[in-house]
Design a binder for this molecule. Sequence first.
Ligand code: PHE
Length: 345
Amino acid sequence: MNQDIFQTMASLSEEIKGTVITSAEQLEAFRIRFVGSKNIIKGLFGEIKNVPNERKKEFGLVLNALKEEAESKFEQDKDQLESTSDNTQNHGLDLTAPVYYDSIGSRHPVSIVMNRIIRIFERIGFTVAEEREIETDWYNFTAMNTPEDHPARDMQDTFYLKDSTADLLRTHTSSVQARIMTTQKPPIRIIAPGRVYRNETISSRSHCQFHQVEGLYIDKKVSFADMKQTLLYFAREMYGPQTEIRLRPSYFPFTEPSAEMDVYWGLKNEDDYRITKGTGWLEILGCGMVDPNVLSNCGIDPEEYTGFAFGMGIERQAMLQYKVTDIRQFFENDIRFLKQFSGAL
Ligand code: PHE
């Protein structure tokens, strides 16, 4: 009996050493056999009564060593399995932890209004053209019938750059007109959204950067009436089907004749008086028939083709739509402000 029990312990020790554990199932089988509440080693403790007195101490030492061996192998293999194996249930993650909902970003109000404008024009066959913000003098001014000594250059305070290939930050998206006309053949029907820059004092009403949408339509026999109808369609899509517009004569170097378009906003409350300066009319955009000089500057025959162009600021329309009273809010990226537009497209 003595021999047997010592032999049993020796062979269990061999078994423990020889057990290879690579899965949760194997680990569990090992646990049940060697460390669980009804494990085989535990059962051997009762055998002490059959061990002769002079070997009882030895028996106790060997059995305790066996117990420790089993326990430490179990712990070690368990750690090993958890850190390397895909078979553990939770991959080392706490799957019972509460879910953390990260908030989804929202579109910038300027983008929302810009996209609305683009979609309105896309429905009548305009396609989007995007061009550079860092421009040469030629595309921003000269091609647009505004040569160097032209007084109209003072209309837009320009940020000039010290670079031989690029001269300035574009002051208007009209530079895209020249970019497109020099590279595409009529018929041309484009809408050009983008950021523009002017060296202006920053206040609640004006900023040194803002956004415009430019439109350009060139084909044979395009008339002022076509322009008026296109802009009326736009105004009614944008501001409601009953919206009235008016065209006031104006001046731009690159259009002749030129006009500014107002929409009738109404005088229902005090705000309306303030926004429209008591007239009820709101200026939305500048427009006109493309000046023949611009066409020939860009390689299009003004005898064969005519066209109209228009340009509008986005921020002011976004301010009207969302009742934002300070233009600077569009550029501060204050999350509390931007969050209010979540869900809009
Ligand atoms: N570029 C002009 C501006 O920034 C707007 C405009 C565009 C006017 C096209 C006429 C035609 O004020």
